[in-house]
Design a protein around this ligand. Structure first.
Ligand code: HEC
Length: 154
């Protein structure tokens, strides 16, 4: 038992470390269960373009709350620049992904890690599955607003 625990830790540390550099090691990508019904613009989950609305201007209060949440739950793995840490850097993430995609992913990453081509490509580089951070819908929306601020929305 002990032995297998320390093996797991060593393996985990090795995988974490590998994400920082360029590695050609192939990640174990999960087989896609049903690619034909998956919408890569929206992702998978309850969020849609209709129920996630973002303003032209930043909501400063939400962004400030989101920044605090990100500081405790996200920035150990994500830099605010474009540089990869454990996961991809957040710079320009709101340009790469639709608001509903981000909301679906950050509230429940697992189904999208299994299906989304872009996430699978990231997984091959990072070799780590983003863990579910148990974000409430409100927390997730605040973090999204902070990402918009990080991308220059004023
Ligand atoms: C343990 C490390 C870890 C933590 C903590 C983490 N992430 Fe991630 N995140 C990843 C990895 C790794 C990926 C790349 C996809 C994959 O391999 O699962 C990722 C991908 C993402 C993406 C997609 C980025 C892109 O460019 O497509 C978003 C958005 C994201 N994370 C948001 C968050 C938010 C919000 C939090 C905090 C609530 C968070 N992450 C916490 C590791 C982490």
């Amino acid at each position: 038992m002990r032995k297998s625990i320390s093996f797991t830790i060593i393996l985990g540390v090795t995988l974490l470390y590998a994400c920082g550099g360029n590695t050609s090691t192939a990640a174990a990508t999960t087989e896609n269960s049903n690619p034909s019904t998956y919408d890569p613009n929206r992702g998978e989950g309850k969020f849609t373009p209709e129920n996630v609305t973002v303003g032209a201007a930043l909501d400063v209060t939400m962004a400030t709350t989101g920044e605090a949440i990100a500081g405790t739950k996200c920035t150990s793995c994500h830099k605010l620049t474009g540089e990869k840490l454990v996961g991809p850097g957040w710079k320009a993430v709101t340009e790469r992904r639709k608001p509903e995609w981000i909301m679906n992913f950050i509230t429940n990453p697992d189904p999208m890690i299994d299906k989304d081509p872009a996430v699978q490509a990231a997984l091959e580089l990072c070799l780590v599955r983003m863990p579910n951070q148990s974000l409430s819908d409100v927390d997730a929306r605040n973090v999204l607003e902070f990402m918009r601020k990080n991308d220059g929305v004023k």
